[in-house]
Design a protein around this ligand. Structure first.
Ligand SMILES: Cc1cc2nc3c(=O)[nH]c(=O)nc-3n(C[C@H](O)[C@H](O)[C@H](O)COP(=O)(O)OP(=O)(O)OC[C@H]3O[C@@H](n4cnc5c(N)ncnc54)[C@H](O)[C@@H]3O)c2cc1C
Length: 511
């Protein structure tokens, strides 16, 4: 079918497409009402706001197929949004067009207890999945993020959380995916590619294509179903906090090297004092009052096992490691105080995620997250702190009604399998009410991304909205042939460039 050049200023086109979409999903699930569209135009990132022309909420894979085909006929852009938790401009429709809101596709299709998999639609959220899985003694590997994030989109987006040292990152759990391609055809990845095959955990039959879709941000099509591995919820779990009074993060890295190689902890991550107090409390004043009790750097460790005996043996192993390394354990009274504020902390880590509380500062949680090696963490932290001082030192930040000074940037370190590498998250907060704060935040973010790239850091989830520049914008030009090939694949798979156009800054000369 011939592709009609799309001119978004032509209102009749939008009206015509609205009518056709209503035939596909029903009248109530399509809108071009500006009051509704504006809600899709912005998130808490610096990404420039952009309204879609139409929003549509399909319920089935077949409806998604019809919508994508329709968009192709009109040359209209399609941007998928499943749970839209990404705090990085990921669901903002950069070229307008159709916003494909998949929130109605939120069904758990199957839990296979025996073979430990779950099959879900794209908008099944961690909170829902974990509570269903827990009844069967299982859990899905979760990010250190909100329980409202989508399991499938987080896995596809290379999600990283506290169990990553043991079970790996998002794509490590994916068994198969169903995709609606830009021409409306269905593609199944992994073992799902072979009709009738069991849900076996293989990358793909032959050369793996599934990887093409990880962190693809919708540019190669729409994922409508995923089967993913789940894991046994340990019968007994014990939380310990190893503390480091020093500012220098080298000792934290040393601890992670040792503890991950000995391979006996289920979950671990590093948090700094201010961050810890924000997670623990709902109230800024309380946060400020408890921060003095929390050591500067902390490694949270969750041990567990089949029974008390296994947990005890692992606890003893941790104590030996702590003694050997000359580290400290957080005082039991402080752990108790924090637990009272947080609740059942091991359940919290998998389900409720008090980590969400950091978004309370103007809803302006800004992150620069990337992969590096544990032995780079200390240097990167120092450089990050120097950058923060440069950009924020002379600001009168109290005017921004901020609870903590913006120079109080914080670092969260997540070791990955056996400490071979880590995810580092550099966090900061600005006030969107104050243009000076926004200006400084933008300049700081830009410098921080370049600092990371110059230091050998890698953005494996290369998005992030910084108003015209992002991890992808700055990283992609450094990728050489890799970026050229991705650009060629995008052109071949989506010649009309309808799927999430403008994403990842790929070289697309002919589109
Ligand atoms: C405070 C906070 C802390 C967090 N901490 C962590 C953390 O430590 N580790 C971690 O891994 N995550 C963390 N997250 C969550 C993480 O940001 C999201 O899971 C991730 O960005 C994906 O977002 P989402 O699941 O809501 O998917 P969406 O926002 O819906 O989508 C993400 C991207 O994928 C595209 N997309 C959406 N649906 C589809 C589809 N069906 N097919 C194809 N493309 C699609 C979108 O266009 C978008 O570009 C945190 C989030 C917050 C708010």
């Amino acid at each position: 079918m011939a592709v009609r050049p799309y001119d978004p200023t032509v209102e009749e086109t939008v009206e015509e497409v609205v009518g056709l979409l209503q035939e596909v999903v029903g009248e109530e699930w399509v809108s071009n009402d500006p009051a509704i569209l504006i809600g899709y135009s912005k998130d808490n990132s610096f990404e420039t706001a952009k309204k879609p022309h139409i929003v549509v909420l399909p319920e089935t894979t077949e409806q998604v197929q019809e919508i994508v085909r329709l968009a192709g006929r009109f040359g209209m852009a399609v941007t998928p949004a499943s749970t839209a938790i990404n705090c990085a401009g990921g669901c903002i429709p950069q070229r307008g067009g159709i916003l494909l809101d998949l929130r109605r596709m939120d069904r758990i299709l199957d839990i296979d207890e025996q073979n430990m998999t779950i099959t879900i639609q794209p908008s099944v959220r961690f909170g829902v999945a974990q509570n269903m899985l827990r009844k069967k003694g299982l859990y899905a590997v979760n990010p250190s993020g909100p329980h409202t994030a989508g399991v499938a989109t987080n896995h596809m987006d290379k999600g990283i959380g506290m169990p990553a040292n043991k079970y790996g990152v998002g794509p490590d759990h994916i068994v198969s995916m169903t995709f609606v391609m830009p021409d409306g055809e269905i593609l199944k990845t992994g073992s799902g590619a072979l009709p009738g095959a069991e849900k076996v955990c293989v990358e793909g039959p032959g050369p793996d294509m599934s990887g093409l879709f990880h962190s693809s941000m919708g540019i190669f099509g729409v994922m409508t179903e995923m089967t993913t591995q789940v894991y046994e919820w340990p019968a007994v779990e014990v939380l310990k906090v190893v503390t480091f009074e020093t500012e220098d993060l080298n000792s934290v890295s040393e601890f992670f090297y040792e503890v991950t190689r000995e391979d006996f902890v289920n979950e671990c991550s590093h948090l700094q004092d201010a961050y810890f107090s924000w997670f623990a409390t709902e109230d800024d004043e309380v946060a400020e009052s408890i921060v003095e009790y929390i050591p500067r750097n902390n490694a949270i460790v969750i041990l567990g096992g089949e029974d008390e005996e296994e947990a005890r043996l692992k606890e003893e192993q941790l104590l030996r490691l702590v003694e050997r390394g000359g580290y400290e354990l957080m005082d039991d009274s402080i752990v108790e105080m924090l637990s009272e504020m947080i609740g059942d902390i091991t359940y919290e880590c998998k389900v409720l995620q008090c980590t969400m509380r950091v978004t309370r500062f103007f809803g302006s949680f800004q992150v620069v997250w990337f992969n590096s090696c544990l032995d780079r963490v200390s240097d990167l932290h120092k450089k990050y702190q120097r950058l923060a001082d440069k950009h924020f030192r002379d600001t009168d930040w109290r005017l921004w009604k901020e609870a903590f000074p913006p120079t109080e940037v914080t670092v969260y370190t997540q070791p990955l399998e056996f400490g071979r590498s880590c995810m580092l998250e550099l966090d900061f907060f600005i006030s969107f009410d104050d243009s000076e704060s926004v200006k400084r935040g933008l300049a700081f973010g830009y410098d921080a991304i370049n600092m990371v790239l110059d230091d050998g850091g890698l953005f494996d989830r290369p998005y992030g909205g910084y108003g015209g520049f992002s991890f992808g914008t700055l990283q992609t030009p450094r990728l050489g042939t890799y970026a050229d090939l991705l650009g060629e694949l995008k052109r071949d798979i989506d010649p009309g460039n309808i799927m999430a156009p403008g994403r990842l800054n790929l070289p697309l000369a002919s589109t």
